[in-house]
Design a protein around this ligand. Structure first.
Ligand SMILES: O=C(O)C(=O)C[C@]1(C(=O)O)C=C[C@@H](O)C=C1
Length: 287
């Protein structure tokens, strides 16, 4: 068995994979869609990709590619703490306040806006596919006045120095990663899961007054606790949206199937994206 992840080596996704699947060989892919395609095409059995960050919100590319392009079931979730550091080539360490351009993943830059505004106002941003891709670029251009935002694992992997630690703007910084497989399956994880979730995609019937209220009632009167509801454009016309709904429990025989049947009776299209265990990674087991 092999696990694909958003690479190159040293991303937060890589750290999450190593923490939960330490004995399974892993393979880096350049982009989130490439990771998902690798599972669909059978190059790897599992893929781990970022889904949502506590400070910056959803990783839209993951949701959109999953819904519109590569419909794989979610079979697990990893929740990991995120610590962002400012990384520079060791030769630039003393001059980090003069870096002219910051390289990183858009989510990582967004998690550090207050720091960047306060200390590096003059710098421009270069958005790349991952934090470790940024670290790699900085390591390969020692004479440029540039820095990357990334983690300790990337600093070590690419021989960079940490100019400033913990530059994320709020202490509680965690990211949810989803684990994808071609079919529903049990994960090869030794640790006890921390709980279960069920994720649905719901498309409302067109222009119906109170439709969202009725959808929420189907969960509310069954006392199904929702941990997330988010809308994304259906990409079929202005005002057309689908909802991603996370329910705080495993698929059962009565309540969730009953809620789905009620939504369908209301004219909604419902798709079960997965019912899966989640694992919370402790700070010490990361980088
Ligand atoms: O670039 C990485 O290191 C990733 O694993 C991607 C990603 C993201 O997409 O949110 C993961 C965690 C952090 O929130 C920042 C970046």
């Amino acid at each position: 068995m092999k696990i694909g992840y958003l690479g190159p080596k040293g991303t937060f996704t890589h750290a999450a994979v190593e923490a939960v699947f330490p004995h399974i060989p892993n393979v880096p892919y350049h982009t989130i869609p490439q990771c998902m395609d690798a599972v669909r095409d059978g190059e790897v059995e599992l893929a781990v990709v970022p889904l949502e960050n506590a400070l910056e919100g959803s990783v839209n590319l993951t949701i959109d590619y999953l819904i519109h392009e590569c419909n794989l079931p979610i079979v697990g979730e990893i929740i990991a703490p995120i610590e962002q550091h400012l990384l520079v080539h060791p030769s630039q360490l003393e001059h980090w306040l003069h870096v002219e351009c910051i390289y990183s993943h858009s989510h990582a830059i967004a998690q550090c806006h207050k720091f960047l505004h306060r200390h590096l106002k003059h710098a421009t941003y270069e958005y790349v596919t991952s934090t470790s891709a940024a670290a790699k670029y900085v390591s390969e251009h020692p004479n440029e006045k540039i820095a990357a935002i990334g983690n300790r694992l990337a600093a070590k992997q690419y021989g960079l120095a940490i100019a400033k630690e913990n530059i994320h703007d709020y202490d509680y910084n965690h990211t949810r990663f989803i684990v994808l497989h071609r079919e529903r399956c049990l994960l090869p994880v030794k640790d006890q899961e921390d709980g279960f979730k069920t994720t649905l995609m719901v498309m409302l019937p067109k222009d119906q007054a109170g439709a969202l209220h009725q959808v929420l009632s189907a969960f509310a009167w069954r006392k199904l606790n929702l941990t997330k509801i988010e809308s994304r454009p259906a990409k079929t016309g202005l005002g057309n949206y689908f909802f991603i709904i996370d329910i705080d429990q495993k698929m059962d025989d009565v309540l969730i199937p009953g809620a789905i049947a009620e939504l369908e009776a209301l004219g909604c299209t419902v798709q079960l994206l997965g019912s899966y265990p989640y694992y919370t990674v402790k700070k010490t087991s990361l980088v």
